[in-house]
Design a protein around this ligand. Structure first.
Ligand code: GRF
Length: 203
């Protein structure tokens, strides 16, 4: 299944998806990477793998709908059937989200529904959490709230800082994102009309 990955920066999750997709029998293929930031490190990284990578900056367009139309057009031209958000730092409109309903997933650095939004690692530490982690979920209109596909928990150490904790969570992200994308591409999970994740045994 052809996949487009949307990024805004480093692109380490994108790299994990690309690496997985190069493995034998992996059911998804990354055909396009789009960044809204022209200087995103992930763009070069994708090109190193020979994958088409384009910048579509918001500042090139008069309005958010115009920008999203350009992103949609690039996705359509690539033939991508699934969209994977990987550190894409722009809130998508309801219209865009609806268009790819059940076909767009995101990785978030917390065990949702705890800590949606930003600065998840320092918030988990401040809250005194002994476990933290990451989540892959379907994208719905409310930010970081879509049905959950996969999660991995990470133990919090007594001497963790946001930095040390984020490194271990990132390693977990790189494990669960390729796994969740494969599940979606294989049809082992789908989103129901009423917005729940349905898994193979229950589909
Ligand atoms: C990751 O922590 C991801 O969970 C969050 O943004 C960060 C992106 O990192 N949504 P990278 O660009 O994939 O390295």
């Amino acid at each position: 299944v052809p996949v487009a990955v949307l990024i805004s920066g480093r692109g380490s999750n994108m790299g994990a998806l690309i690496a997985a997709s190069l493995e034998k029998n992996y059911p998804a293929k990354i055909v396009l990477v789009i960044s809204d930031k022209p200087d995103a490190k992930g763009l070069e990284h994708a090109r190193d793998f020979g994958i088409e990578a384009v910048a579509i900056p918001r500042s090139d367009y008069d309005s958010k709908p115009d920008h999203e139309a350009a992103v949609s057009a690039a996705i359509a031209a690539s033939g991508a059937q699934i969209i994977a958000l990987a550190g894409y730092m722009r809130l998508l409109s309801g219209e865009f989200v609806q268009r790819y309903s059940g076909r767009m997933i995101n990785i978030h650095p917390s065990l949702l529904p705890a800590f949606p939004g930003l600065a998840t690692h320092s918030r988990a530490l401040s809250a005194g959490c002994r476990v933290h982690g990451c989540t892959v979920h379907f994208v719905t209109e409310a930010m970081d709230e879509g049905p959950i596909i996969e999660q991995e928990a990470v133990r919090v150490a007594h001497d963790d800082t946001p930095d040390t904790l984020s490194q271990r969570v990132l390693e977990a992200e790189h494990r669960i994102y390729p796994k969740a994308l494969a599940m979606l591409a294989r049809g082992d999970v789908r989103m129901s009309r009423d917005g729940r994740a349905l898994f193979k045994d229950s589909i």
